[in-house]
Design a protein around this ligand. Structure first.
Ligand code: ZN
Length: 236
């Protein structure tokens, strides 16, 4: 079954629109509009709007009318929470780093990875945990020092994490390569979490450091479950 959270797309588009509009209007409170601040805002919003899951291809059952009213309402909610999120994120601005030494082009550019960790029993976003991204069995290097790895989940964006891996040099352009990633999270009292995924990347002649909207990779929700001994004691 292919399930898809409609809100992710909507939040992604709305938040980027908010940043673009504020930038165009030279809003004085817009102190930064880099990809990291945008992603933090996206995470902030995703944590505050209920997900809306659909099975792929189900759309027809819904009347067009119902759908457009729904959508307008959701967009209004998202933009309100998005503005609030931007202001939070910009005021709690995390340190922004400089790019580390980047490889010569051509390169394999990675999308930013965004995901959530939930408590598997309560479905609440997990706070105060850190998650590490490994690429080909080694801790992945970030594109610059502001992208933490391990990522420490903050109270501003409970449950959500993001990574941006440094580009890898390629022998030539238009070369395809599959990279394997692993996410690991450890939280006392919980089973260690491991999640594997692979993505195929086509090498390019430029290094993508600027923000592009189609360049995020949304991971499925991950769940932390209490360790066995914890469960046993809960049953007694
Ligand atoms: Zn920023």
């Amino acid at each position: 079954m292919n399930v898809h959270n409609l809100m992710e797309e909507l939040v992604y588009t709305e938040v980027n629109d908010l940043f673009d509009t504020a930038q165009k209007n030279k809003a004085p409170w817009l102190t930064c509009s880099c990809s990291q601040c945008r992603l933090d805002t996206i995470c902030y919003v995703l944590n505050r709007v209920p997900p809306k899951y659909i099975k792929s291809g189900r759309g027809l059952a819904h009347s067009q009318m119902e759908e457009s009213i729904d959508k307008a309402q959701m967009a209004a909610d998202v933009s309100r929470i998005g503005l609030e999120g931007m202001k939070q994120v910009l005021s709690a601005k995390r340190p922004h780093g400089k790019p580390t030494d980047l490889p010569e082009t051509p390169v394999f550019n990675f999308p930013t990875f965004i995901g959530r960790i939930l408590d598997g029993m309560t479905f609440e976003p997990v706070k105060n945990t850190s998650i590490t991204l490994y690429m080909d069995n080694r801790k992945a290097e970030s594109i610059d020092s502001s992208w933490e790895n391990p990522y420490r989940i903050s109270d501003h964006t409970p449950g959500t994490f993001s990574f941006w891996v440094k580009p890898v040099g390629a022998a030539k352009e238009d070369q395809k390569k599959v990279f394997s990633f692993e996410l690991r999270a450890e939280q006392p009292g919980f089973e260690p979490l491991q999640y594997f995924f692979e993505i195929g990347i086509l090498s390019e002649s430029i290094i993508r450091t600027a923000y592009t909207a189609d360049h995020a990779y949304l991971l499925p929700d991950l769940h932390l479950f209490p360790a066995d001994d914890q469960l046993d004691s809960m049953q007694i």
